[in-house]
Design a protein around this ligand. Sequence first.
Ligand code: NAD
Length: 356
Amino acid sequence: MAHRVTLIPGDGVGPELVAAARRVLDASGAEIEWEVQEAGLAVMETEGTPLPERVLASVRRNRVALKGPITTPRGRGMRSVNVALRKELDLYACLRPCKHYPGVRTPFEGVDLVVVRENTEDLYAGVEFAEGSAEAQQIIALSGGRIRGDAAISVKPISAFASGRIVDFAFRYALGNGRRKVTAVAKDNIMKATDGLFFRAAREVAGRYQGQVEYEEWLVDAMCMQLVQKPELYDVLVMPNLYGDILSDLCAGLAGGLGVAPGANIGEEVAVFEAGHGSAPKHAGQNKVNPTALILSGVMMLRHLGEREAADRVEKAAAAVIAEGVHVTYDLKPQRDDPTAVGTSEMADAIIAKMR
Ligand code: NAD
């Protein structure tokens, strides 16, 4: 029976990447019935919201979605659709495998890390008070002189529930995917209340997996240095939202860059698969950027759907095209202005040809 999957093209480079990934996944042997749902900037203009209820209803119904990136204007104004989607659907776990494929240029051969990021709380909870607001003044009064009078304030909630849930997800992922170690990352020497709670919750969960998966803890700053010096020592990393946002890009960089970094946002009920990168607006509509990150997100989706053979077929074909280095986009060439670089669509064609 065909799998019904919600397909969100997104904006910027999203639609061209989604079109390429869709063709590759359709050629994988898995039967997928796509339900296309537009969201993002253009929809904001026509429907008054960038994330209409019909999109959420479709993802809830199908339980699985493949999504292109969506632009979030900076500063004041529209809230991030990506954050809203994760909150609305309680996609509490952000999974970012960072694996090096031969042919991708990086100083680190053989990087194979997985970042598990808590997706629902921390400084991303959206509890913010502008400078001069009554709420900010109340908190400033409570701080007993530790906060300046003209400060804006973002609140960092970390709960035992969400911390335990994400660490348990990391251990289940490690067990289910033959991983040996989970490393929890935070900064409890400074944020004793919030990050202290995160580590305490993590230790409690780790106790349940003792003897099955190794557990260790690192402070986030030291972890950054460890990762750029000895990435081979680490395996699955789990951390609160903000550290996870930063370290997942750092690890993507170690493995070769955003063009090849897939991702997924997963909850108890539904899972949304999307590349780690954004909508790269300056490249939009040019058939230029690398479709690999979204295609590999599709590979994660196929595995989630139980389509392991189709997933392996796509991953092997993409790896082979990258290793040959001929039919690849500009970012995978030795020089970024290499005239032999192909476009998004042509790289997808090469991956499809390899699968035949
Ligand atoms: P970005 O990831 O869109 O692009 C940064 C740069 O990385 C690009 O200019 C390009 O040089 C390179 N790049 C990105 N994707 C690439 C690809 N597939 N192939 C080759 N090179 C690639 O980051 P940004 O410019 O900071 O963000 C642009 C917009 O995307 C913002 O509005 C941001 O909020 C949004 N965003 C969305 C998501 C999402 O939808 N999940 C994630 C991150 C950022």
